[in-house]
Design a protein around this ligand. Structure first.
Ligand SMILES: [Cu+2]
Length: 494
């Protein structure tokens, strides 16, 4: 058989016209000259496993921990591969409050009781034996409002299986079990696929499966870390529910449909890896497993201060690029990026779509992990310090979502100055002019010029603020400055 012969081993009978066209193209293809050299293809259909037993459903429910399995990883730090050829993975669904930014407790839906869900680490050829109980009906003490029993399901991008069989929605109290073989190397998203899928993903139902090549990666590294980017679309509960005196945040359906996130984050927490940098020493090589789950935004993943020596798109070394500054990831795209840490410093991971970075998609790979700067320490907002005036509250929320990437209040300088006491050192007029057009002030105003110098010539970007918004920020700054020292901190979380 000539090698360019079109193989058609589908059982589907095409309509007459299509058959005619296929026949014609086969004739063309069979006449296409000498056969190319045969190279063995590790992904040839004869070498991959496409069979899996049907999923089973039962009414026996899991109790105890919401996740189990030796191949599971729970945060950015990844364990080496577990060598077992069958990975038993239990990820139950839960509904719970998770703190996605300082003081912002979001009513989330989860896999494995965390957002993002735990990461499965496997190798090409491994079988993943998965089981999940829908435990969305379980009551958490004092959080009855979070319980809204509903259907959920699991969709593994790492699998090649019938979605109608394996990815079906199960009711609260039901358990689904199925198995698949990891055929392709990569970093694959998993998520709930129950309608409205957008709502289930935005509520927190996602995670990653890392599949290593059978023979491992072709390079050696000193550290391996996972970075998952995702968006949150939240608003204070219109029904006014609170927990420990602070509002509960719920999904904001309008923002969700308009793809206007309130927070864009790495590993589930606004500025999370600023407070807890990933560790590396000068001269070390770092491998980042990066997945953008979206649900609706792309990520221009970039690390300030170094270059990606290798980029393996989708996490498969067959898709190699070298010397990249940024890797573009659509929703559910991933990449392994490897880089050298050239010298002592804090290398800033950002989504180079800076609107996303300013919403919290920022983190550090740092050689200075021991000497954590005080300005990035975590302090819980004291309940008594939450403002009650809606205008001030608006200002506080806006500040936490747009400004925390570069500022703190009372926690020291970041990229920009600590704004504690700003209403004492600047007049309201000055602040209003600054917030409306920092780029103009930097040209004309002596105070602004001096500040620019002090802050390493990093100009504050124009934040595109409206007059009323500027009023809210200034009202919030006055309120913060009126609180007794330390009571009104706004800072990065965890
Ligand atoms: Cu779901």
């Amino acid at each position: 058989m000539p090698l360019c012969f079109l193989r058609l081993d589908v059982s589907y009978e095409p309509p007459v016209i299509v058959r005619g066209l296929l026949a014609a193209s086969i004739i063309v293809l069979t006449a296409c000259g000498p056969a190319p050299k045969v190279v063995s293809d590790p992904y040839d259909a004869s070498k991959i496993e496409l069979k899996s037993p049907p999923a089973t459903l039962s009414a026996a429910r899991h109790s105890g921990p919401f996740s189990k399995g030796d191949s599971l990883n729970f945060d950015a730090q990844l364990k080496p591969l577990d060598p077992a050829p069958i990975k038993y993975v239990q990820l139950d669904t839960s509904h719970k409050l998770v703190e996605i930014a300082p003081g912002v407790k979001f009513s989330a839906w989860t896999f494995g009781d965390q957002v993002p869900g735990p990461t499965v680490r496997a190798r090409v050829g491994d079988k993943i034996h998965f089981s999940m109980t829908n435990r969305s009906d379980e009551t958490l003490s004092a959080m009855s409002m979070v319980v809204a029993p509903m259907m959920h399901s699991m969709d593994f991008h790492a699998a090649m299986v019938s979605p109608q069989d394996k990815y079906r929605s199960i009711a609260p109290g039901q358990t689904i079990e199925f198995e698949f073989t990891a055929n392709y190397a990569g970093i694959f998203m998993y998520h709930c696929g129950t309608p409205m899928i957008l709502e289930h993903i935005a509520s927190g139902m996602y995670g990653a499966v890392i599949v290593e090549p059978k023979e491992g990666y072709p390079t050696k590294v000193d550290h391996e870390y996972l970075v998952i980017q995702s968006e949150f679309y939240v608003k204070p509960d219109p029904a006014g529910q609170k927990v420990d005196g602070t509002p509960v945040y719920v999904l904001d359906a309008d923002r969700l449909k308009a793809a206007q996130p309130t927070y864009t984050v790495f590993n589930g927490v606004h500025n999370g890896m600023v407070k807890k940098p990933l560790v590396a020493k000068p001269g070390e090589r770092v491998r980042l497993f990066v997945l953008n789950v979206g649900p609706s935004k792309t990520s221009s993943f970039h690390v300030v201060g170094t270059i990606f020596d290798r980029v393996w798109l989708e996490g498969n070394p067959d898709n190699q690029m070298r010397g990249m500054q940024t890797v573009l990831l659509g929703s559910s795209n991933s990449a392994i990026v490897e880089m050298m840490i050239p010298e002592a410093g804090s290398y800033i991971m950002v989504d180079h779509h800076f609107a996303n970075a300013s919403q919290g998609a920022i983190g550090l790979i740092s050689t200075l992990a021991q000497a954590k700067p005080a300005d990035l320490e975590h302090h819980n907002m004291e309940a008594s310090s939450a403002p009650t005036d809606p205008k001030i509250m608006q200002g506080k929320l806006a500040f936490e979502s747009k400004c925390l990437a570069c500022h703190s209040i009372g926690q020291g300088n970041k990229l920009g100055p600590d704004l504690a006491g700003v209403t004492q050192r600047r007049k309201d007029d000055w602040l209003a002019q600054w917030l409306a057009a920092p780029e103009k002030m930097l040209q004309t105003d002596a105070v602004a010029k001096a500040m620019l110098k002090e802050f390493n010539n990093i100009p504050m970007p124009n934040q595109g603020l409206s007059k009323p918004e500027i009023g809210q920020y200034i009202a919030y700054f006055h309120w913060a400055d009126s609180q007794k020292a330390g009571a009104a901190k706004a800072q990065s979380a965890h």
